[in-house]
Ligand binder design. Sequence first.
Ligand code: ADP
Ligand code: MG
Length: 282
Amino acid sequence: MTYHDHQHDQAPAVAITALTKRFGDTTALRDVSLTVQPGEVVVLLGLSGSGKSTLLRHVDALEVPTSGSVRVGGTAVHDLSGRRLRDLRRQVGFVFQQFELVPALTVLENVLTGALATLRGPRLGLWSYPRRLRHRALAHLDRVGLLDRAYQRADTLSGGQQQRVAIARALMQDPSVLLADEPVASLDPESSGQVMALIREIAAERGLTVLCSLHQVDLALSWADRIVGLRHGEVVLDTRTEGLGKAQVMEIYGQVATSTDEFAAVEALRDAPAHATSGQRA
Ligand SMILES: Nc1ncnc2c1ncn2[C@@H]1O[C@H](COP(=O)(O)OP(=O)(O)O)[C@@H](O)[C@H]1O
Ligand SMILES: [Mg+2]
């Protein structure tokens, strides 16, 4: 079943309506509207400073809108507090560019921390977690191909492996939405492809909705169902990737680039070395 089947009988996974966010004089997001259906893999594409992180942070209620609204599974997120806020945060998994693992803990303990939101009180050490959670954590590590690393310190792993651990940690929440903020920006092309492939596969297996920011057109075209382009906090492109070419995406970016600096940045985006993983999507 594809997400189309759900379109008319289910709340959108994420519904952003007329979202504006200002930080002092800076308008980070301007009148952004975006509806994401369950199971859809959407890439937010934009240059540095275009508002990608701010948008993702609103979905996890880490920012309060200046105006407009954000709904996850039909629930307005910025009205929540206490238990209902924790429930929302449980539904939304988040992975980051710098992985954000605890370096001195084992891989398995890092994955287990993903379940903290579902537990009462702090945990210290592997054996303080219920056995069923330890089993689930090992199963997720197996899924991301790192079962054999479970008892190693997290900081002994490569970047790509650490990001896969972070994905396993997010799965401990059993999320319905996965947010990924430039998850491959610190990785080499091969690891980037592995991580993006894993995100797509897991999304398909679990019916997970993915909102992932990237700044490379090639990667976005390779891995997204749909690309939403942001520029200066505004949506300038919102299109399905099927049948879409890099030239078309670049043309839109070229049209919206106004300053010389921005043209240079867009050119740099275009000229980024062709990615080893382009077109390898399963
Ligand atoms: N907490 C903040 N305080 C002030 N300005 C911010 C804050 N977060 C983001 N911004 C500004 O908002 C704009 C969008 O930033 P961001 O969402 O981080 O963009 P991106 O992730 O696309 O690089 C930038 O101009 C940035 O400087
Ligand atoms: Mg960012």
